[in-house]
Design a protein around this ligand. Sequence first.
Ligand code: ZN
Length: 163
Amino acid sequence: MRLTQHFQLEEFTRSATARRLGIDNTLTPTKAYDRILIGNLQRLCEQVLEPLRQHANSPRHAPSPLEGEPEQLPIHINSGYRCLILNRAVGGSPTSNHISGCAADIRIPDIPTGREWFEWLQAHVPFDELIWERATPTGHPWIHVALRPETNRRRVIPDLVKQ
Ligand SMILES: [Zn+2]
């Protein structure tokens, strides 16, 4: 199922942990509650991820692709929606925005690009949280960004590791 032009629902529900543990992390548009969660993911795509994708592919940042190269740089989602069981399995906070389909963890191509995306997001899109996350103090970071239907706090946690 397509959420917006460049994002599919499956990108937000797939999870290696869910597969490994046999957890059903799918969302079904015919279920009323799942429809609300899908709507949350859609809002996140429309207001945050599509604008970021457009920014990441703007001529200033991405030179025109050569013949035979992929036309556009995708935004890869490491983790999107998490059902309660999956969220517990990955050690997520019990109040995580991932549970309501309001958050996405964005893979960054490299640290300088990730930092640039982080600053761009902070300046240009609505959000509840924007966090520079790492699994370990020296691990490869990713960007956690969340957007709620309302009462967005614009909470920013930048890179806490000084480099
Ligand atoms: Zn996250």
